[in-house]
Design a protein around this ligand. Structure first.
Ligand code: ADP
Ligand code: ZN
Length: 526
């Protein structure tokens, strides 16, 4: 085989400092790297931002031959390749969006054995002849990034990943390293089985990020809440995640009006606009990016000090990944998740309506329910989050809202009964705003139109403020006693859950929400 591009006799520590300019390995990187260099197959479970890339980049440079990295995301591949080339490493990417000239260059480099690290999409690698052609080179390591894509248990399944089980036949004696940030043990087993790597060593890193302050609050006045969260970060970088493109535009505008350097980011922007925003973000200037989930891939600014969620993410995994963009430099950073009952009900409703395969829907539903439970938790939020990843934290974290000021709870059985009967008596055709008016005995136009002032439930909740009732409604949604009945955000009963509450057979412990600032306008958008 052709001469190796690098000598392949440098130690991991030497490569770390000479090539990457870092002084020490983080967490389990060294252990993973040593294991791969010894020729062992390894499964690496490390949270996003944990430093997975070095786990295969360093062995690829320490062992003789070329490292092959299988990655499903073209944008990410191109980013990595560009970064590596900056460091003087001959990295290349083979994928479907490559211009023809570049392809010829890469082929020539491969033939001459000049490539240190080759990134390749799974489609490309499994296309006939490609793997065998690559195997004519000496290969140092096979890295399978985003390895959870091989598992049908999850929504990122990529059928081409299944063919990666055949790699050992084509690349005998080349160590394999599979990497993922998905920690649940069922997926881990599935990954190893699908790749035929049952003997692999598993190295799991903690997902605990002690420098992140976690907080969540029921939605009140969003603009006010976002501003309060950002107030201490006027000279920092911050990210505000929104559920829709429109919302990013509106929130960015309203932050700009209040003197913030705020820009929207979503998939609907032109590539020039996106590029310009990214360049400014990367430049290190203080700014707020108001983004949809489209903002994330390849974002690597270490000094993001604050991440706010204006809408609840669909899973603890997504939540963790997004808050994980804060404080990558290890310095303290804070996060705030705003949530509302209607958001939860709507997310459930849309998932039910989705045409995704049943198995996939069930996984997504389970994740959504964990996310909902996480927002409502009265215990340590970090503990609850880590538990979603199968990790037990000993003792409370001390860096979440619930640790800082313990949540008070109250017996909410009677309040719940009032809400559920109000829903029932009004025919399960109204949203939270109207129901609250009925409970509080407010003679609104809608109440009069429907003659709801004559119902026995009218005014039974006079003694509590509107916001308090909205908190009860939200918690009943979270517990599944109330569901969204259609596209018009009307609330109905989920009878099997609601009935025992109405009959007094189930007692409900509810959380006392902290009193949020009063709303600006009459409308609560949740
Ligand atoms: P992941 O792929 O797990 O999300 P990355 O490999 O992208 O994480 O690493 C996240 C960030 O941490 C990158 O900016 C990377 O350069 C940095 N990093 C990783 N390992 C180290 C280290 N040992 N020392 C300093 N910085 C590191
Ligand atoms: Zn805590």
């Amino acid at each position: 085989s052709p001469a190796a591009p690098h000598q392949g006799d440098e130690s991991p520590d030497a490569v770390l400092s000479r090539v990457f300019g870092f002084s020490c390995f983080r967490g389990q990187q060294k252990e993973v790297i040593d294991s791969v260099i010894r020729g062992e197959d390894v499964l690496v479970i490390m949270p996003t931002g944990g430093g997975k890339s070095l786990c295969y980049q360093v062995p690829a440079l320490c062992r003789p031959g070329m490292g092959i990295v299988i990655s499903p995301l073209i944008a990410l591949m191109d980013d990595q390749v560009a970064a590596l080339r900056q460091l003087g490493i001959n990295a290349a990417a083979l994928h479907s969006e490559l211009p023809e000239e570049r392809l010829d260059e890469i082929r020539a480099d491969l033939r001459a054995g000049r490539v240190d690290l080759l990134y390749i999409s799974p489609e490309r690698l499994v296309s006939p002849g490609t793997a065998r052609w690559l195997a004519r080179n000496r290969v140092s390591v096979l890295a399978i990034d985003e390895a959870h894509c091989v598992s049908a248990w999850g929504h990122e399944f990529r059928p081409e990943y299944r063919a990666l089980a055949d790699l050992p036949a084509i690349f005998p004696d080349v160590p394999r390293i599979a990497l993922t940030a998905t920690a649940d043990s069922r997926t881990q087993d599935d990954i190893l089985q699908a790749l035929g790597m049952e003997q692999a060593r598993r190295l799991t890193s903690s997902f605990h990020r002690p420098n992140l302050f976690l907080a969540a609050a029921p939605k009140g006045s969003e603009t006010r809440q976002v501003q309060d969260a950002l107030a201490a970060h006027r000279d920092d970088a911050a990210i505000v995640y929104c559920g829709s493109r429109n919302r990013t535009e509106r929130m960015a505008k309203s932050l700009r009006e209040r003197g913030y350097n705020a820009l929207p980011f979503h998939a609907g922007l032109s590539s020039q606009e996106k590029h310009a925003t990214l360049m400014r973000f990367r430049s290190g200037e203080p700014m707020v990016i108001v983004a949809t989930v489209a903002f994330g891939m390849g974002i690597d600014r270490p000094d993001v000090r604050c991440v706010v969620h204006l809408d609840m993410p669909a899973s603890p995994e997504a939540y963790y990944q997004q808050i994980g963009r804060a404080g990558r430099d290890g310095e303290p950073a804070e996060t705030l998740l705003l949530y509302g009952g209607e958001d939860m009900a709507r997310a459930r409703y849309w998932l039910e309506q989705s045409s995704a395969p049943e198995s996939e829907k069930r996984v997504m539903q389970a994740r959504l329910e964990s996310m909902i439970a996480l927002t409502e938790t009265v215990g340590c939020r970090t503990q609850a989050l880590l538990a979603c990843f199968g990790e037990a934290l000993e003792g409370k974290c001390g860096h979440c809202d619930n640790c800082r000021s313990p949540v008070e709870t109250f017996d909410g059985t009677e309040a719940a009964q009032k809400v559920l009967s109000a829903i029932y008596r009004t025919g399960q055709r109204f949203g939270a705003v109207h129901l609250t008016s009925v409970l509080r005995g407010k003679l609104t136009e809608a109440v009069e139109r429907h003659a709801h002032q004559h119902l026995t439930v009218f005014g039974v909740g006079k003694d509590r403020p509107e916001q308090w009732w909205r908190g009860v409604i939200r918690q009943l949604i979270a517990r599944g006693a109330i569901r969204m009945s259609g596209e018009h955000n009307t609330l109905g009963l989920d009878v099997p859950v609601a009935r025992p509450i109405l009959r007094g057979e189930t007692r409900l412990e509810l959380r006392s929400d902290p009193l949020a600032p009063t709303r600006e306008s009459g409308r609560v958008s949740s």
